[in-house]
Design a protein around this ligand. Structure first.
Ligand code: MN
Length: 149
C-alpha cells in the first residue's frame, strides 16, 4: 500500500518517516492537514483509513466554513507516522520544501465509498462535518467541503 510512497523518496536524504502500514493503538482515528511550502504552497489533507493516511493535496486554504468548495487532488498513501512529521524536505527530493502542521485532530468516518467520504473532523481549526466527493474530471480529482449543519 505504501509502495508508491517509498518509490518517490530516498530515505537517506529526507527525514520523512519510512513507515509501514500499522494499526495504531489509539482509540480514535486521526487526521492531519500539513501546510506544504513546495514549489506551490498547498495543504495536504490526510485521513487515517485502513492503517495508512489517505492523502489529498488541496491547492487553497482548507474550507473551515460551509459554502467553500476546494479542489483536492488525491496523492499517494502516507504512513501513519507522517502525521507527526514537520521539517524541510531537501532540495532535489520529491516535495522539496517546508512541511508544517496546519491542523490535526480526530477523524470520525461516517461513510466511505470509492466516490464519496463523509466524515467529521475534530481539530483546532477544522470542526464539523465534511465531504470528499470524486468529480467526473481527472482520475484523482475530488471536491472537499464542509457540510451545512
Ligand atoms: Mn504536499
Amino acid at each position: 500500500m505504501l509502495e508508491e510512497y517509498g518509490k518517490k523518496r530516498d530515505f537517506k536524504k529526507t527525514e520523512e518517516p519510512e513507515g509501514k502500514p500499522k494499526k495504531s493503538d489509539r482509540k480514535e482515528l486521526i487526521f492531519v492537514i500539513q501546510e506544504h511550502h513546495a514549489r506551490n504552497l498547498h495543504y495536504d489533507l490526510r485521513l487515517e483509513i485502513d492503517s495508512v493516511l489517505k492523502s489529498w493535496a488541496v491547492p487553497k486554504e482548507p474550507p473551515e466554513i460551509p459554502g467553500i468548495k476546494r479542489l483536492a487532488i488525491q496523492t499517494e498513501d502516507h504512513p501513519i507516522d507522517y502525521a507527526d512529521f514537520e521539517g524541510t524536505i531537501p532540495e532535489g527530493q520529491y516535495g522539496a520544501g517546508k512541511v508544517l502542521t496546519w491542523d490535526k485532530g480526530t477523524f470520525i468516518p461516517e461513510k466511505i465509498t470509492e466516490k464519496e467520504i463523509l466524515f467529521r473532523l475534530d481539530g483546532k481549526k477544522m470542526k464539523g462535518n465534511y465531504v470528499l466527493v470524486k468529480t467526473g474530471f481527472g482520475k484523482g480529482s475530488w471536491l472537499f467541503f464542509r457540510k451545512k449543519e
